[in-house]
Design a protein around this ligand. Sequence first.
Ligand code: ZN
Ligand code: ZN
Length: 362
Amino acid sequence: MAKREATHVIIRTWLFPGDRQVDNMDWLSESINFLVVNAVAPFLYVARLDQRIYWLYLFVALLLAAWIFIHKGSEKKSVRPVSSLHRLKEFGSFCFPKEVYGHTSAKIDYLFFIINRIAFPWLIAPLIVGVPIVSHISNLFFTQFSFLIGLMGHAGLADKIFFTLCSLIIMDAALYVSHYLQHHVPFLWEFHKVHHSAEVLTPITVYRMHPVDDLLTGSLASIAIGFLTGLFQILYSEGLGLFTVAGLNIGLFAFYVFGYNLRHSHIWLPYHPVVSHIFISPAQHQMHHSINPLHFNRNLGFVFAFWDWIARTLYVPMQREEIVFGILDKDSRDYSSIHRLYWRPFVRAYKHLPRINQKKQN
Ligand SMILES: [Zn+2]
Ligand SMILES: [Zn+2]
């Protein structure tokens, strides 16, 4: 009995670290509350501005899809006039075709998303905990250089805009590095393959990420943002804040609003070739998911395309190209069920470890 109570205390302390005095009833109700909050969390993502499937981002993507649909429709010369209801049905099928949204790969995405978000809510820990920690370390480091302290004086509007932009750029650079490593380090590629194994793309595919993949990306982004924040806090005498929308960098918010969700979809939206050298278009990310060897390891950028341009991994489509999504893998069964999505990458990644050891010995 005493042992059981001790276990309760340990779990209780882990779940509610700030409240060690709760009695058993409080503990029970708070545990239930914790579980319920976690269980419904994925279903509330559409109401959370910091999530990529926030209703506004989806709605604007739908408006863009409507614009593409109308433009596409005007190219065809209709022989007979069609009713509004018929056009609406056509639009529905254009946006949500059964062969995409009812595909087995899409169904796995839905389930994987729900399980991932319920089972691994701590995956966002690198961003929540990591940024303040790295920022503090960075701050302490730059304090060593006394000439930097307050060098830029008081922050004005232009400084705040500059910091907001720098923060977005450095986060994006970290995401590019992370994505580059996921594609070029065989051990990491095994985990990233989970995302690429999707045979159809829907906005939920963005969450088809192995927890190891998410942790790497979140950690590198935290280090980059934390480092920059620590430096800027030293440079300005009274510190400096970002322009945000409900806590989200305003630049990232704008990026999500303007059609982000079309990148994981079947709807083709390219940018002008010049713009495609600065921003990654939805079409460019779709090419990133292509099994065509010409498109392998291309368009690794998240917001900005110039990282790809600099590293020669950019691919700008000049016209619509037929794309088959997925990976060229000998054993596609590895990605055909939820439990395989979690465990097979570990098994496959383990096979790459002896090679690393061999290289070390050589
Ligand atoms: Zn990738
Ligand atoms: Zn993707």
